[in-house]
Design a protein around this ligand. Sequence first.
Ligand SMILES: *[C@@H]1O[C@H](CO)[C@@H](O)[C@H](O)[C@H]1NC(C)=O
Ligand SMILES: *[C@@H]1O[C@H](CO)[C@@H](O)[C@H](O)[C@H]1NC(C)=O
Ligand SMILES: *[C@@H]1O[C@H](CO)[C@@H](O)[C@H](O)[C@H]1NC(C)=O
Ligand SMILES: *[C@@H]1O[C@H](CO)[C@@H](O)[C@H](O)[C@H]1NC(C)=O
Length: 864
Amino acid sequence: MKMMLRTLVSFMTFMSLIMGFEIPKRDYENKNYFIVELNTTQTNTPLTQFINDNKHYKFEHQVRGLENHFVFSIPKDHEHNEFLGNYNSNNRNFIKRHENFIEEYDNLLNNRDLKSIHMLTPKKLEKRAPVLIKDEFNAVDSSQLPLKDAIDKLGINDPIFQEQWHLVNTVNPGNDVNVTGLWYEGITGKGIVTSVVDDGLDYESEDLKQNFNAKGSWDFNDNTALPKPRLFNDYHGTRCAGEIAAVKNDVCGVGVAYDSQVSGVRILSGTITAEDEAAALIFGLDVNDIYSCSWGPTDDGKTVSEPELIVKKAMIKGIQEGRDNKGAIYVFASGNGGRSEDSCNFDGYTNSIYSITVGAIDFKGFHPTYAEACSAVMVVTYSSGSGEHIHTTDIHGKCAGQHGGTSAAAPLAAGIFSLVLQSNPELTWRDLQYVAALSSVPVNEEDGHYQVTALNRKYSHKYGYGKIDAYQIAKFAKDWKNVKPQTWYYSDVIKVNENIEIQGADSPDKGKVLSSSIIVNSRDLDVMNLERIEHVTVTVNIKSSFRGQVGVRLISPFGIVSDLATFRARDLSGRGFENWTFSSVAHWGERGIGEWKIEVFNDPRTNGNKIEFLDWQLRFFGESKEADKAEKFDIDVDYAKIRRDRLSDDNQPEPEITVSTETPAPTTEATENSTTTPATSTVQEEKPEETKKPEETKTPEDSSPTSDTDKENPDVDEGNNVEDGKNKVVKDHKGFYFMALVVVGFIIIMVIMKYHKTPGSSRRRRRDEYEFDIIPGEDYSDSEMDSHDSLDLGHRNDADYNLDEERNRLYDELNAEALPNYEEEEEMFKIGDEDDSKVDTNNQKEDSENPQDNKDKKKVNFAD
Ligand SMILES: *[C@@H]1O[C@H](CO)[C@@H](O)[C@H](O)[C@H]1NC(C)=O
Ligand SMILES: *[C@@H]1O[C@H](CO)[C@@H](O)[C@H](O)[C@H]1NC(C)=O
Ligand SMILES: *[C@@H]1O[C@H](CO)[C@@H](O)[C@H](O)[C@H]1NC(C)=O
Ligand SMILES: *[C@@H]1O[C@H](CO)[C@@H](O)[C@H](O)[C@H]1NC(C)=O
């Protein structure tokens, strides 16, 4: 009997593996779910073995689209819940060595085919809801020639086409995506499919059904094939889909790529887990070219949240295998938390290097106050603001006139990218990012704190590389020659361990800036085969009693400043940043050699905080030197170690002195082996603002960004092929003589250091093992105050009141559109302690008594 049962189980296992999509209904109330990663690359034996060895875990199904990942469940009252937790997952390992810890489980962990265990916590993702714009817009103006032109030439009969100002703006001419020229040439998105990952897609709508792609669609909320909007408010995805591919007919308006197709992947209408999220982002990878995502963590100005490891792995699979290995395109809305000082660098979806982050501009071309800025913003496009919204298709056969937020900008960009892919289907995911950066048009140049980057393009944290001009980007893409494959460089983890402690307005630490530098030399990049930077990420560990008061910025050898962490008055969390990864697209095109400096400082508006800057790690992702040496990226590999190994295999003499000549770095020292060189961290007594913008050191050679000469491959841009960074630094900073002095000084310092330093001293000491007060949670989602820190709300409020004036002044300086509402502050304290709920993933007994509670706590809000 037992034998038979076992055989049956195995049989069913394989059936469900083969069937793929038959996913049993979830029972979140009574069961915990988890993913087991097993090495089944060559044979399925490890899986059958695992199932047979662990009969108390019920095999559910394979994670859709991800090999080697299998979902199991366990009843919540089972004793294993007491220690069952994550293992090799999310860079964290917190299997509890509980007193009841069973040997059996120990054996399980010693199974060499078991790679990881990942607990799945139920959560509900939320849309980035449109932000209502108050003033009413009164009908269109009489000068409608471009509109008439389009209607006549293309035979457009769609009744609301003339309200679709984002396509042809007759009221504020020039403030549209400039697409009609492409339509006239037959570039309408034919052959390209965009998956709208949202709350469903009304595939029966007369305006969508002809362009609906069922094969690329799935409903993860109701576990069925077709993504029908079922809830009363499931209109978000349909409106987004309409912007992309509403059919040119006599219903509502047209999509920007009205001959392209849309799939619907429904995940926002109910409880899901990271497994569903992962599967959603690679669903129909053989069909879908673009994934349009108008959601993200809560935009409340106090959340820091990133995708769980499994979701990151799915996106990596997407960019590696999607579109016949050219990579799926992930488009994310930057977020709607602008009015709460929120920044998209606290959102791990938007700041992923695999996503193109899209911000918004409005009807008049202005920056809408809701749109979030950050150094991960690549481009902007149109959405609600200045009295107008986006007009598109709706559910129930209606048309929508109130769509907006960055939610509406992302699908519009996705639609334009379908036009680009039709124009040049060979672009890889990275080439599309190059094309977007190089062809976009800077807007509101007086407002965006633009810096001229190594691409000789203007970059703004608010507007990215500017607004997408559909015609320009598609034309530019047509002649684009793909760059070489991607490669990467990881620095060592640089220990800093410096503090800022501010107690009161007279604190000596006021204005203190903790800075730490790292010298990257050409050998570091050579052994990693890196020629040119595209994305830069910085992973930090910073403790702070008020996270929202911590500022972090990165300054490159080229002189570009990325504001990584900006101040958020509402974020009172005491958790600091635990292995948090910031990213920047502002360093695109830089060579990378020289001194990279990070600065950590406190919000000058506040008078009470303790900041402890523990460590950081710098990573570059960019174009390889030699295409045939390109490797496949593996998120689990420590590429810093690989670099060190390669350097030590390499018998070249140590180029310490070379380092110094390459970089004006008076405060740095080289390590013994002069690989990646952590410089001494220095403390400067200066206001952050003063060091802020080195803009004046560079003058744009050609400030007309849309001129033809400007739009060539960045390879021919000046300063891009500088071999060793030396010329560039000299040229850009014009301070040759000063530099020479600095270099000489540096050499002297180094010589002194060399004799002064005992071998194996501080820099080489073992990494301090530190523990944060709170065990970090799985998805790093925290919008709550943590009770572990003794917080004095009264005190903080007082500080804020006293500082109101100062804050207003600073807001003006910082161009902030709106002050956060401090009356809402109290609300924060009502939010459950998420840290606890996370720890409870190990021990869900309490949770099972009140699953609804837990669910609420785990909510990740998808805004825009
Ligand atoms: C997976 O198992 C196979 C043998 O079945 C082995 O060759 C391979 O190296 C293993 N892969 C990993 C990542 O452990
Ligand atoms: C940060 O990541 C490292 C490497 O994965 C890990 O050893 C460390 O425990 C993590 N720290 C925290 C606070 O999660
Ligand atoms: C807009 O499209 C037209 C072609 O329709 C093109 O000539 C023009 O350069 C584009 N961009 C701008 C900014 O006008
Ligand atoms: C530095 O190089 C020496 C040999 O030159 C080697 O023994 C040592 O392990 C290296 N140290 C590091 C940190 O790579």
